[in-house]
Design a protein around this ligand. Structure first.
Ligand SMILES: [Zn+2]
Length: 457
């Protein structure tokens, strides 16, 4: 990357010149003019454009829209020793992400009423390096709060159909799910669902010990399949828009595609860890790989990739859900007692690109899954594309460079990740939020992220 200052009166604050750029219609070359934080022009590479400054991408760099990660557990306030807004958003910026949407649980209080949202916004304000939106929670006992949360600007509501892992975020039963979806349909909002069935999990063998196969048997595909079928039918009855979080069981793909063909309003995400790891290779006691639903077999992973290729899966987001090393129980390695969650916010783009390139996918597909897709599903209208009018959120990416992950060098609050020691392709050279560098050689220390409200442009 080379920069120069121009003497004549500038039309733009910044001009990016890229031999390779991923636009809404795929890969090409181009010049991108930024004015007042927005993309004001996208022109051919040789078009003369005067900027206050010009950023010339190097031969091995590609200009991408900033990634959008709509599934991040920041845990702040209340469990900020697990993660926090300054660390999570710094890690996001370093990983090429310019917008996150924060989950409503594992923080205290959980985001289940407008007051709790206000508390969280107060903690995040002035402390975020990327733009941050918020999900609200739909839990047992708060369904009368959904309208107020919606009016306060949440991007939708998250619910569980089994114990969430924390007592203060109780699941919905079948009748409550239906009632909540009726409200969601009325508001034209979005319900995002952790789809594992509590009865199926109760009847599965209990998770204990250090053997990964025993843990996998405790969270069977059937539990996911059953819950997803229930959500699809409830969405069909109510007309509500639903989103299946962190899909792990590839068995569910045909029924999701079938429901969608029938007109059910459903979108689906999966996560980098389900696309990267396979259960056969997870060592005994390696609880940094524990998450729910779990990482499954190699054949399952390949079917998830097919789900992406066929368009059944809309997006890939991190489900970054860290905790302290103590809660991961790394010393005893017991999958039954360790906290479930994979820490990966900073690594998602490289992790997915590493796997995608070996399967014949290009960067345009990765951008559609990790930037445009999550922006569309969440309703982030100004994000996820290099196009005129969008926020100038950009990532300068070197797809053919590589690195080995060292958990101690990441910006996450805790140095634990399932990717430690793995070689990943693709290096983020710099990240730009509304035309300002937030990662890379020129990034300032001051947080410049904004708190976002649904519907704001
Ligand atoms: Zn999650």
């Amino acid at each position: 990357m080379v920069e120069s200052a121009n003497a004549s009166a500038p039309e733009f604050d910044v001009v990016f010149r890229a031999r390779r750029l991923i636009g809404p219609n795929g890969e090409g070359s181009g010049s991108v003019g930024v004015r007042d934080g927005r993309i004001a022009a996208v022109e051919a590479l040789d078009t003369p454009m005067r900027g206050d400054r010009t950023v010339e991408l190097a031969e091995d760099e590609v200009l991408l829209p900033g990634m959008v990660d709509s599934h991040v557990h920041v845990n702040d306030p209340g469990r900020s020793e697990w993660e926090g807004f300054p660390t999570a958003t710094r890690a996001a910026a370093e990983g090429g992400i310019t917008t996150i949407v924060d989950m409503p649980l594992n923080c205290l209080p959980p985001t289940i009423d407008p007051g709790a949202l206000e508390t969280k916004r107060g903690v995040a304000s002035g402390n975020v390096h990327v733009d941050v939106g918020f999900w609200g929670g739909a839990v047992h006992g708060n369904l009368d709060e959904l309208r107020g949360l919606h009016e306060s600007g949440v991007y939708g509501f998250k619910c569980f159909l089994l114990h969430s892992g924390v007592d203060e975020f109780p699941p919905l039963d079948t009748a409550e799910l239906e009632r909540a979806l009726r409200t969601v349909a009325e508001l034209d909002a979005l319900m995002i669902v952790h789809a594992e069935d509590s009865a199926a999990i109760e009847h599965a063998p209990s998770a204990h010990g250090e053997n990964y196969r025993d843990f996998l048997a405790s969270r069977p595909r059937g539990a996911e399949n059953t819950a997803i079928a229930q959500v699809l039918e409830a969405a069909r009855r109510t007309g509500a828009r639903v989103h299946i979080l962190h899909l792990s069981s590839s068995d569910a793909l045909p029924m999701i595609a079938s429901a969608r063909a029938d007109g059910v309003r459903v979108t689906v995400e999966t996560c980098p860890h389900y696309l990267s790891f396979v259960s056969e290779e997870i060592p005994d006691g390696a609880t940094q790989f524990k998450c729910c639903p779990p990482v499954r077999e190699a054949g399952n992973r390949e079917l998830l990739w097919r789900g992406l290729a066929e368009g059944t899966i809309d997006c890939v987001v991190s489900d970054h859900s860290p905790c302290t090393p103590e809660l991961k129980q790394l010393d005893i390695g017991d999958f039954g007692v360790a906290w479930g969650g994979v820490s990966s916010l900073q690594l998602g783009l490289s992790a997915v690109w590493t796997q995608a390139r070996t399967r014949g996918f290009g960067l345009a597909e990765v951008v559609s899954w990790m930037s445009a897709g999550p922006a569309r599903v969440s309703g982030l209208r100004n994000k996820g594309a290099i196009s005129v009018g969008a926020d100038a959120d950009l990532c300068v990416f070197a797809p053919d460079s590589a690195y080995v992950v060292d958990a101690n060098e990441l910006h996450h609050r805790n140095a634990v990740t399932a990717y430690h020691g793995r070689a990943l392709a693709g290096v983020v050279r710099s990240t730009w939020l509304r035309g300002t560098p937030i990662a890379g050689p020129e990034a300032g220390a001051a947080p410049t992220g904004k708190l976002l409200n649904r519907g704001e442009v």
